[in-house]
Design a protein around this ligand. Structure first.
Ligand SMILES: [Zn+2]
Length: 475
């Protein structure tokens, strides 16, 4: 028997329990530091499986950590379980239909993400005990990936201290090792305060906060031309000052999101955006208050970790989808444009296959395709320890990232197969790090060399705390 088969047997032994966890978390979609039910489910599963549990990790009540094993290196497996607002959807359909009007939904597949990560941790726990290998596994249940950057706070507050390497994954249209590319970002709220007045009789007495917010938008839109090409500037009005046009708006609040490929570029652009806001306030005779909401870094790669994960994925092969999985995926693809279906192929530099709705192969490492990148708080962990992220096929190729289609497919047999597959890849990668002489040391040496070239600066301003939500009375 190969080693890989032993650890994969450990995965299979817990698979049904963790698929059940994933489906339950799918059914309680919670967002942004309100993941009390989802976290409680993960906490209960960790205890049921015999982990030593730390609740309220770094003071965040919806973060949890479970540890198993003794001595040796510590491998972290990162999970998530937060959902997205407005993506409620009935499971198993191939047409949009809300399960709850205006409700949340697992439109990024984090129900699968957390459960597969915990499944990998269960397998490693058993394997460590069965083989007597010195080493520990820590499962990190991380909340608020979508818009909350919880991992940045967890890194800042020492939750990953002592960890030797970290492994994670994300549901995806195709199976591959993620390119170590993500955009650093910062969310900031700009609150303008002016003076209300009658808009017809005494406009000269008013100072419009809405004018200030709009002038800020104009300034930021002009700024776009003069920032690095990979930078992104987005904004959304949180409060336009009311609905009465005959009142000079005395307050307005707008949230800006600044992204760039490098952390230092992002921080420099943020300072320029702040100056645009100050200029808008000066022009309108209003005051502006600036509040940072969250921030993440760009991802730091690690070739040793990426090569190790690629080897684990190649041993496994593709996710074993069947004809029924393909039939449902084909029905989902019928709701997509050809451009949407072609997009994942551009990323992996392959010609699109419109006749194949699911990925049952492993993409070669570093495909050098078109770069389409977002941001993730996993990036801040990558500056703390050597980290790799696998991407495993769980849904129809072309399903948009945050969409009803992903929510709909989140409890499908194909998604369950992807979940188990991801756990096998992660646990095998961890096993290789623990048993291949010199491998972990090599990964850590690479990490140190990269940090020596570009030191890490926590992107969060001093003193900022996560926007925690109150615990519901019934939990
Ligand atoms: Zn996600």
């Amino acid at each position: 028997m190969r080693n890989s088969e032993a650890i994969w047997d450990c995965v299979e032994a817990h698979a049904a329990d963790l698929i059940g966890l994933s489906d339950r978390v799918w059914g309680t979609p919670e967002t942004l530091y309100a993941e009390y039910r989802s976290c409680a489910e993960h906490n209960a599963m960790l205890r049921q499986k015999g982990f030593r549990v730390t609740e309220n990790l770094a003071g965040i009540p919806t973060a949890v950590m479970g540890e198993a094993g003794t001595g040796g290196p510590i491998i972290a497996i990162l999970g998530e379980y937060d959902a997205l607002p407005g993506l409620s959807q009935v499971a198993g359909l191939a047409e949009p239909r809300e399960l709850e009007a205006g409700g949340n939904g697992h439109g990024c597949g984090h129900n699968l993400l957390g459960s597969a990560a915990l499944l990998a941790a269960c397998a490693l726990k058993d394997w460590l005990a069965a083989t007597g290998t010195p080493g520990r596994v820590r499962y990190f249940g991380c909340p608020a990936e979508e818009g909350g950057a919880a991992k940045t706070f967890l890194v800042r507050d020492g939750a990953f201290d002592g960890v030797d390497a970290a492994i994670t994954w994300h549901p995806n249209p195709v199976t591959r090792v993620d390119d170590p590319l993500s955009l650093a970002n910062m969310r900031l709220d700009f609150t303008f305060t002016g003076r209300t007045s009658h808009a017809a009789m005494s406009p000269h007495l008013g100072r419009s906060a809405l004018d200030a917010a709009e002038l800020m938008s104009v300034g930021v839109n002009y700024l776009r031309e003069h920032v690095p090409q990979d930078a992104r500037l987005h904004y959304a009005y949180l409060d336009a000052g009311g609905s009465a046009p005959n009142v000079v708006q005395g307050r307005a609040k707008v949230r800006h999101l600044v992204r760039a490929m490098q952390l230092h570029d992002m921080l420099a652009i943020v300072e320029r955006v702040k100056n645009v806001a100050r200029g808008a306030a000066l022009m309108t005779g209003t005051e502006v208050e600036i509040q940072v909401v969250s921030a993440v870094s760009n991802m730091l790669g690690n070739r040793v970790m990426e090569t190790t994960m690629q080897a684990a994925l190649e041993e496994l092969g593709g996710v074993p989808f069947d004809a029924a999985d393909r039939a449902y995926a084909r029905a989902i693809q019928a709701t997509l444009t050809r451009e949407e279906i072609a997009t994942p192929y551009k990323v992996i530099a392959m010609p699109p296959r419109f006749d194949e709705p699911l990925c049952d192969y492993v993409v070669p490492l570093y495909p050098h395709g078109e770069v389409l990148i977002g941001s993730t708080d996993v990036a801040d962990v990558s500056w703390k320890v050597p980290l790799v992220q696998a991407l495993v096929a769980t849904h129809a190729i072309g399903s948009p990232g945050h969409s009803w289609q992903i929510t709909a497919q989140g409890k499908s047999p194909a998604a369950h197969k992807g979940l188990v597959h991801a756990a096998k890849a992660m646990s095998r990668c961890a096993e290789k790090l623990l048993t291949t002489p010199g491998l972990l040391t090599e990964a850590q040496a690479e990490h140190r060399a990269r940090l020596a070239a570009t030191p890490y600066t926590c992107p969060l301003p001093a003193g900022i705390t996560p926007p925690l939500q109150p615990r519901p009375a019934e939990i």
